[in-house]
Design a protein around this ligand. Structure first.
Ligand code: HEC
Ligand code: HEC
Length: 164
């Protein structure tokens, strides 16, 4: 009598496992960087450009950047001290060399310990990955800047940066 219930449970288990395996395969890929989940960071750091995943730079980079927001790539991106502290905590906890290790480790390969590069687009590994993008492509009107990831990576906001 409880056979149908059991088979349903078994079927659900299979579906659950498949989803978990798929999820892991995608999340474990070199091209997956968990998107920002901290609302303050999304709001303050996603208004001028996409909110870059914290796992794309080492903790030292975020600390330095958050201390120099009044001179942020020619813009003033200052926020109040409390907001800055909260964003810094989030970025640092999920940085390439801390919480975001699994995802960011490869991207910061070649960056010396303690260095604080300010641009993802100047990381040796990033530059290497984009070797084959021609100068003409970078200058296309809908791209505009190397930092405009979503122009080429349509699912960048979801954390996916596969070549498409
Ligand atoms: C007022 C607008 C503005 C705000 C707000 C802002 N940024 Fe930026 N950000 C810029 C500009 C402009 C650049 C340079 C973009 C370019 O080169 O095309 C930049 C570049 C960056 C880069 C380097 C991109 C690369 O080339 O790899 C990072 C990382 C970054 N911002 C992080 C942040 C973080 C973290 C915050 C939130 C605390 C933030 N930004 C808020 C304007 C802003
Ligand atoms: C002009 C288009 C363009 C822009 C803008 C761009 N990319 Fe890419 N990106 C590419 C292409 C094309 C490749 C694939 C290169 C290859 O297959 O060797 C790539 C590859 C990558 C990879 C490696 C993917 C993998 O399969 O391992 C990462 C990570 C990445 N980009 C991140 C970024 C980030 C972060 C930004 C923004 C800061 C960005 N890209 C901006 C075109 C772009």
């Amino acid at each position: 009598m409880n056979l149908p219930v059991r088979s349903i449970a078994a079927a659900l288990l299979v579906i659950g496992l498949t989803a978990a395996v798929l999820d892991k395969a995608r999340a474990g890929g070199d091209d997956y960087f968990p998107p920002v989940t901290h609302k303050l960071t999304t709001d303050e750091c996603g208004s001028c450009h996409m909110a870059f995943p914290p796992a794309m730079l080492p903790a030292a980079s975020w600390r330095r950047m958050m201390n120099e927001l009044d001179q942020h790539f020619g813009d003033n991106a200052s926020v109040d001290a409390e907001t800055a502290a909260s964003i810094t905590r989030y970025l640092v906890a999920n940085a390439a060399d801390t919480g975001g290790r699994t995802y960011g480790r490869k991207l910061i390969r070649g960056v010396s310990n303690g260095a604080a590069p300010q641009r993802i687009t100047e990381l040796p590994k990033w530059v290497h990955e984009h070797d084959e993008v021609s100068p003409r492509e970078w200058k296309q009107k809908d791209v505009g800047s190397k930092a405009n990831c979503p122009a080429c990576h349509v699912d960048a906001q979801l954390g996916y940066f596969e070549d498409d």
